[in-house]
Design a protein around this ligand. Structure first.
Ligand code: GAR
Length: 204
């Protein structure tokens, strides 16, 4: 049984999808050990409490990045977290944080990386006029929205889309893609070659 730790800052719909999929067994052999928010009024923390999960607020406001990261890492270690899932966590992790969980931190981003990193990815993609948009789940490394890609899902941009309808359809895919990526990582049947995640094939 692996322990998942969730970090979030807001709405928490990706976290809720992960929690539902842990509950239904679509994510296997795992439990959510702790949900941590850096903002006290994140809706995601309310969801965690409602689901009876351990919910912790560690405010980041006014703190140095590494000072805050040390508190978060302590909480993750206290709950013996094996896999950290960033789910709308709107803070950059310090290199020190990333080094505490090598290849064990995942992030979801609402674009087909490396296109449109950073904030407002769906709006950036829409304004650019792309015909295909989507989401990416990737390992976190020291650079923003950058580590090896685990899963991507693409959708078509429709002529009558606006930023909101596009973001909504991307979000539906995010909820599916995150579970797929968590299963891949927890099952460990992959290797990383350069930047490429490839399935480990056992040669008999
Ligand atoms: C999601 O769309 C996620 O991909 C995005 O924030 C939203 C959080 O929604 N993350 C980023 O943009 C990270 N760079 P949620 O709180 O409902 O999961």
């Amino acid at each position: 049984m692996k322990n998942i730790g969730i970090l979030l800052s807001g709405r928490g719909s990706n976290f809720e999808a992960i929690a539902n999929n842990v509950g239904s067994g679509r994510i296997r052999d795992a439990r959510i050990a702790v949900v941590i928010s850096n903002t006290k009024d994140a809706a995601g923390i309310e969801i965690a409490r409602r689901l009876g999960l351990k919910a912790v607020v560690i405010p980041s406001k006014g703190k140095e990045r590494e000072e805050h990261d040390r508190e978060v890492v302590s909480a993750l270690q206290e709950h013996q977290v094996d896999l950290v899932c960033l789910a709308g966590y709107m803070r950059l992790l310090s290199p020190w944080f990333v080094q505490q969980f090598p290849r064990r931190i995942l992030n979801i981003h609402p674009s087909l990386l490396p296109a449109f990193p950073g904030l407002g990815a769906q709006e950036q993609a829409f304004a650019y006029g792309v015909k295909v948009a989507g989401c990416t789940v990737h390992f976190v490394d020291e650079e923003l929205d950058h580590g090896p890609i685990i899963v991507q899902q693409a959708i078509e941009v429709l002529d009558d889309d606006d930023e909101h309808t596009l973001a909504d359809r991307i979000l539906q895919r995010e909820h599916i893609a995150y579970t797929e990526a968590i299963n891949i990582v927890l099952q460990g049947k992959y290797k990383i070659v350069g930047r490429r995640l490839v399935t480990k094939i056992t040669v008999r």
